[in-house]
Design a protein. Structure first.
Length: 645
């Protein structure tokens, strides 16, 4: 659930920026409070959780950061509950990163560092999210996008400024030197370590799970495993879609429009000629003459290569286009030449040419009737695009003027529809066969950006052909476990599987002492009553070969020789029992490739360690003090709100 968050904090920039606005990510995160974390009267929202120099880190600020994180996780299809967030250390990570950011800013400003207004102006102007139709920065687009997400320009600019401080300091702090061989060699040698042993598998399905659970036992099991049966938050979205096909009949080209377009087409439909040529250019007459003499008895490209030059081939080009590609003088000469006859050497301007016209294509003029279909399609497409744009702008303006969803739909003469209760990625947990189309995915992505039902509707694009839809949030269906009655058979199967898994663990555990005393794996399995399943499997790997290997093989490289350990198989399938027979150590002193690879990997880790140590020193310099009592109260408040939801 929180893996991408944890991984980001390990990067150079993640160390300082997880909960600081990062460009437009801040805007995306601030799209709406779908987690229920905003103040609801249970807390004042002004408690100080930590003092970082003269900066105070408050519970309101931390609540806002957590809110953004959970919303983003939901948009990515991760059903992260508050309970899971707290259990996996999310609160400590969030608070620690806020303290780190505040400490770096305090240190930077105290050291005389300044971020100029001009630099921040450049960051904003270069952000493509604020670009207008012409591709340039749009002040209105900037202000509108911030306003839609309830972020003031001053707050956004401050966030970019703070991020600059952290980036500058961490970049300087992570400039490390070359690691010496004495540091790298032990790690490189470790990759050459070889281990042999054997693995046995105690399967859950081979165990007798015992009798079926009665109602009381099943209810208790369901209650203690509610998270296993959770249905993620779903939303019902109202929408009214507009597709190009609905407007085609009203945007078809008229006869008058076609005739006018034909008249304005000028030379577009006049008779023309296209030629395909081979051209060689030379700087002097002697070279050009030599190529021409050689080409008279063979291919022009062969003669050109013999002189160290190349043939340029031009396919189906008109005279005007050839004049732009080469020169006007050459175009006149080329279109006067005969097909298949070698021409040149000819000096045109300061260049000598040898060329041949390989093909002449005469294109007859097109009458109005002949051009009618092409022109009608072009005019229709242009009018359709204009109609779509005008209708979308009219709906958008109406919403901006305060129209409700129903009023906007009525005035635009559209038809309102509602989606089923779907997740953020457009799936239906109640219907495994439901397959959302691309439009539905776009609708749900927008639906999960609303803060609550009744918020101002939004106009979104639903397809590349110009299709769009007016979208409004109708209902939020909170994440909740499925009722026991609806999944009774599934819960019963899980109960029995867990009982079988417990017995598999007991059988596997009973083998450990025997294997440590030298009892063969096959015998230990038999004495534990494991008579079903695959035979013991030997293994022989180097540590460098662990990438992508099963967890039980990886565990074999974290245990001593002549010892056994067990590890649970995925999906409650049982337990692997691993016995390491022999460990062979090898030196990488004579393997420069291995040493170089490890040095590169360690250098990246070293940069992260430098950054962490630098931040630790900065925190001591600016004097960080945590209010543990306030943090505990804040945690309890989050836990209560998470339970209430």
């Amino acid at each position: 659930m929180l893996n991408f968050f944890r991984n980001f904090t390990k990067s150079r920039y993640g160390t300082i920026a997880v909960f600081v606005f990062l460009g437009l990510i801040a805007i995306a995160f601030a799209a709406g409070d779908v987690t229920g974390l905003r103040s609801n009267g249970t807390t004042g929202g002004t408690g100080v959780l930590a003092n970082v120099g003269s900066t105070k880190v408050t519970d309101r600020e931390l609540r806002d950061r957590i809110d953004r994180f959970l919303r983003n996780a939901q948009r990515e299809g991760q059903n992260v509950t508050m309970e899971q967030f707290l259990a996996q250390g999310g609160l400590e990570l969030a608070l620690d990163e806020m303290i780190n950011s505040a400490a770096l800013i305090e240190f930077a400003q105290g050291s005389g560092m300044q971020v100029s207004k001009k630099l921040i102006d450049g960051d904003i102007a270069s952000n493509p999210s604020f670009a207008g139709i012409d591709g340039k920065f749009s002040q209105k687009g900037f202000e509108d996008l911030l306003a839609q997400n309830r972020i003031t320009p001053a707050t956004y600019r401050e966030s970019l400024t703070n991020d600059r401080y952290g980036t500058w300091l961490i970049n300087r702090a992570t400039l490390g030197g070359q690691l010496p061989n004495g540091v790298v060699l032990p790690y490189a040698s470790l990759l050459l370590e070889r281990r042999t042993g054997v693995v046995g598998f105690v399967q859950s399905v081979a165990m007798d799970p015992g009798p079926d659970p009665d109602d009381q036992a099943l209810t208790a099991y369901y209650a203690s495993n509610r998270s296993r049966y959770m249905v993620p938050q779903r939303r019902i979205v109202r929408f009214a879609s507009v597709k190009p096909d609905a407007l085609r009949t009203t945007t078809a080209a008229t006869e008058a429009e076609i005739a006018d377009a034909y008249k304005k087409a000028g030379a577009r439909y006049a008779a023309t000629e296209k030629r395909t040529l081979e051209i060689v250019t030379a700087l002097d007459r002697a070279t050009a003459t030599n190529i021409a003499n050689q080409a008279k008895g063979g291919a022009l490209d062969t003669a050109a290569r013999a002189a160290g030059l190349e043939v340029r081939k031009v396919d189906a080009v008109e005279k005007a286009a050839l004049a732009k590609q080469v020169s006007s003088a050459f175009a006149e000469a080329a279109f006067a030449a005969q097909q298949g006859v070698l021409a040149g050497p000819s000096q045109l301007g300061g260049t000598w040419y040898v060329y041949r016209v390989d093909k002449i294509e005469k294109i007859a003029a097109k009458s109005l009737d002949q051009a009618r279909t092409e022109l009608a399609e072009e005019i229709g497409q242009r009018k359709l695009a204009q109609a779509l744009g005008d209708l979308r702008q009219a709906i958008d303006d109406g919403v901006g003027d305060g129209k409700t969803f129903d009023e906007a739909v009525r005035d635009a003469k559209l038809t309102a529809e509602s989606t089923p209760a779907l997740t953020a990625d457009g799936t239906n947990p109640d219907d495994a066969n439901y397959k959302p189309d691309p439009m539905m995915v776009a609708l749900m992505r927008s639906g999960f950006a609303f803060e609550q039902a009744g918020d101002e509707p939004q106009v979104i694009q639903t397809a590349a052909d110009g299709s769009f839809a007016l979208v409004s949030l109708e209902k939020i269906v909170a994440a909740a476990p499925r009722p026991l009655a609806s999944i009774r058979d599934r819960v019963k199967a899980d109960y029995l599987m867990d009982k079988a898994l417990q017995k598999a663990r007991a059988a596997a555990s009973s083998m450990i002492a025997k294997l440590d005393k030298g009892v063969p794996m096959a015998q230990a399995l038999a004495e534990a009553g494991v008579t079903k399943g695959a035979a013991p499997k030997p293994f022989d790997f180097k540590r460098a070969e662990l990438q992508g290997k099963e967890p039980f093989i990886q565990m074999a490289f974290n245990m001593p020789a002549k010892k056994a350990r067990l590890v649970e198989a995925p999906d409650r399938a049982g337990y692997y029992v691993v016995y390491v027979d022999q460990i062979e150590e090898h030196s990488a002193a004579n393997d420069p490739i291995a040493v170089a690879q490890v040095r590169g990997a360690l250098s990246q880790r070293t940069g992260q360690e430098y950054a962490a140590q630098f931040i630790s020193a900065v925190r001591k310099q600016v004097k960080v003090t945590r209010n543990e009592a306030a943090i505990a109260r804040f945690r309890a408040d989050l836990a209560r709100q998470g339970t209430a939801r």
